[in-house]
Design a protein around this ligand. Sequence first.
Ligand code: 4BW
Length: 147
Amino acid sequence: MISLESGEFIELTIKDLLIPSDKVAHVQIGNNLEHALLLLTKSGYTAVPVLDPSFKLHGLIGSTKILDSILGLERIEFDRLESMKVEEIMTTNIPRLSLNDPLINGLDLVVNHSFVCIQNEDQVFEGILTRRAILKHLRKRYDDNKK
Ligand code: 4BW
């Protein structure tokens, strides 16, 4: 068993496991779907944040949503990628946390989301908390407990 008696998931905050914004791939409002699909394909991520020029967080865009948006009745209409903008199809109803929120709030959210966006009080994007970071942390706690 992993002992969490110290209450560390309440004592630790999101800040402790954050991937900072400068290390997070993103697209910008105004980018077309062709650009977004290229970025997703090249980076290997299935979804990334959508930011504006002042780094405010507006939503998420993923490859499944992009491909779904260009599905025609009989074929995939790739020519539409150039004219459609990310803001037309991005998901805006996303969970958001702040740097000082307790890590337990992040743990709850990564059950159903592979990552959670972190923003400040002005909605400026600070980075992400990933499922991987939380699992790595739990694994380390497990190893530490065995010693
Ligand atoms: O390029 C990658 N590098 C590494 N080290 N791991 C990767 C990479 N691409 C995928 N992975 C692994 C991670 O374990 O596959 C998992 C699922 O990827 P996803 O969701 O479906 O693209 C990754 O799990 P994770 O690290 O917990 O990340 C969860 C989700 O967070 C990813 C992606 O949507 C987003 N993400 C993670 N790091 C990101 C990022 N988005 C933009 N920039 C980053 N640096």
